[in-house]
Design a protein around this ligand. Sequence first.
Ligand code: HEC
Length: 121
Amino acid sequence: MKPYAFTFILPKFATMRTAAVALALLFGGGAAMAADADDVREGLKLARQICADCHAVRAAEVQSPNRNAPSFEDIAGISGITAIALKVALRSSHREMPNLILNEDEIDRIVAYILSLPGDR
Ligand code: HEC
């Protein structure tokens, strides 16, 4: 499927699957995700188990263990970042990032956690 010409989200990370995000936004609508405290807490737990080998997952951490991996704080600080964009990012493959097998609930929780970070705005 040919994507729309639509420059978008996560411009700092050139490997982002721009097309997938654009499509998700066009057709996924603005389904707001109500993140509750449990999701955020579970998301942090998952992030520490699954993502922390490479990413700085805590707000206070600046440098990711894998220097090419953006800190979650940085990801949270991308202007215009949305739950939908992050979910798409987590489902698409990355050059250097292994394809992580996460179920929908896990994705929701990790996304809730990332978006709960203050971000470096
Ligand atoms: C083996 C190392 C590794 C693991 C584990 C890992 N990442 Fe990454 N991640 C990277 C690297 C390297 C990048 C930057 C380059 C790229 O996108 O491939 C990245 C980029 C990202 C991005 C930026 C957006 C994008 O699409 O490029 C997000 C969001 C992200 N990771 C989330 C996560 C989450 C959430 C987890 C845990 C569920 C995770 N990563 C686990 C290495 C990793």
